[in-house]
Design a protein around this ligand. Structure first.
Ligand SMILES: NC(=O)c1ccc[n+]([C@@H]2O[C@H](COP(=O)([O-])OP(=O)(O)OC[C@H]3O[C@@H](n4cnc5c(N)ncnc54)[C@H](OP(=O)(O)O)[C@@H]3O)[C@@H](O)[C@H]2O)c1
Length: 231
């Protein structure tokens, strides 16, 4: 049984469909109510991950229907790429709430179910921006750096109960979020990577499968960056 946030589009949808293909039951969370994935083992719940009451309600429903939770992948995030001098406060707040507070709330609710079963795998999706710190992405990069720190501390809190918490550092992958960025800026960032290309579906899912694997019980508090990005 898996929960994937941001499952309506982009990487979250890719992950949800991948887990469904592997035989998992999947609950996808996003703000919009209409499910775009049609699969008998898929349920879509409308929840803003930064809304404490909505997240609690979603996980109450998950507990009621499934009684357990094995995997949580936090892929929901928003990005406004803008120099700090020009960044509206509301956009900064939206990134902090969605990209950091959101995973805090979903991890907390997931951990309640996982600790009960003494098993769980949590993967928080981060970005190369946390390490590369590109101008224009100060707040986004800060939320992703904080997300890894949050995951590392949570990993310590859950290390004795069979629950791992890791961070997956994604490079460029074609989604709505990437399409909203200037193409020349994206191309320059990709060209400067140690492996100078965008991530493929296989690149993402291979790394994710490793972190979500039952065999990865001794791997926690790690950030796995794609493309050769390193801190
Ligand atoms: N694509 C890339 O090149 C790239 C690179 C590095 C890192 N990443 C990371 O990869 C992850 C996925 O990004 P993406 O490119 O797939 O983004 P995307 O195409 O913009 O999709 C974002 C998803 O998150 C959901 N979402 C947004 N705000 C939400 C909220 N407050 N509550 C619940 N759901 C919310 C959206 O659905 P609704 O609109 O229905 O809410 C959508 O399903 C993010 O963590 C991002 O930071 C992406």
């Amino acid at each position: 049984m898996a929960v994937v946030t941001g499952a309506r589009r982009g990487i979250g949808r890719l992950v949800a469909e991948h887990l469904l293909a592997g035989g998992a039951q999947v609950v996808g969370l996003s703000r919009a109510a209409d499910a775009v994935i049609e699969h008998p083992a898929y349920q879509h719940l409308a929840a803003d991950v930064a809304d404490d009451a909505a997240v609690r309600a979603a996980f109450r429903e998950i507990a009621r229907r499934h009684g357990r939770l094995d995997l949580l992948v936090n892929a929901a995030a928003v990005l406004t790429s803008q120099y700090v001098l020009l960044l509206p406060g509301g956009k900064a707040e939206e990134m902090v709430r969605t990209n950091l507070l959101g995973p805090v709330l979903t991890c907390r609710e997931a951990a309640k179910l996982m600790t009960r079963a003494r098993y769980g795998r949590i993967v928080n999706v981060s970005s190369m921006a946390a390490v590369l710190e590109p101008p224009g992405d100060a707040v986004y990069a800060a939320t992703k750096a904080a997300l890894a720190t949050f995951g590392n501390v949570l990993a310590k809190e859950l290390g004795r109960v069979g629950v791992t918490v890791n961070t997956l550092g994604v490079t460029a992958y074609p989604t709505d979020m990437l399409a909203a960025l200037p193409a020349d800026k994206v191309a320059a960032v990709i060209a400067a990577l140690p492996i100078p290309r965008a991530a493929t579906r296989e690149d993402l899912l291979h790394a994710l499968d490793f972190l979500l694997s039952e065999s990865s019980g001794y791997v926690t508090a790690q950030t796995l960056h794609l493309g050769g990005v390193h801190a």
